[in-house]
Design a protein around this ligand. Structure first.
Ligand SMILES: [Zn+2]
Length: 85
């Protein structure tokens, strides 16, 4: 049986490891498109590496199309300031 994700190592489905829940979460939540040009950043189009800062998940992402790189973080709640109009 061939692995359907063989061309994109991030999508392999075979094997059972202690890190599988984190791997599945990464695949579900990783950025799919560049915030600068809108092109894809999965597979050979770029890369998104996840690391953690306490309970915050940070996706350091690079786009192969425009060269943009930066950190993408999901925000549950944002408190900001809006000046009076
Ligand atoms: Zn881009």
């Amino acid at each position: 049986m061939t692995d359907p994700g063989a061309s994109d190592p991030g999508t392999r489905v075979s094997g059972a490891h202690w890190w599988d829940p984190d791997r599945a979460s990464h695949l579900a939540d990783r950025p799919r498109f560049c915030p600068n040009c809108g092109k894809g950043v999965t597979g050979t189009e770029g890369i998104s590496v996840e690391y953690w800062e306490a309970d915050r998940r940070v996706f350091h992402t690079w786009c192969n199309t425009c060269g943009w790189s930066g950190n993408i973080v999901r925000v549950e709640r944002m408190v900001g300031h809006e000046p009076e109009h």
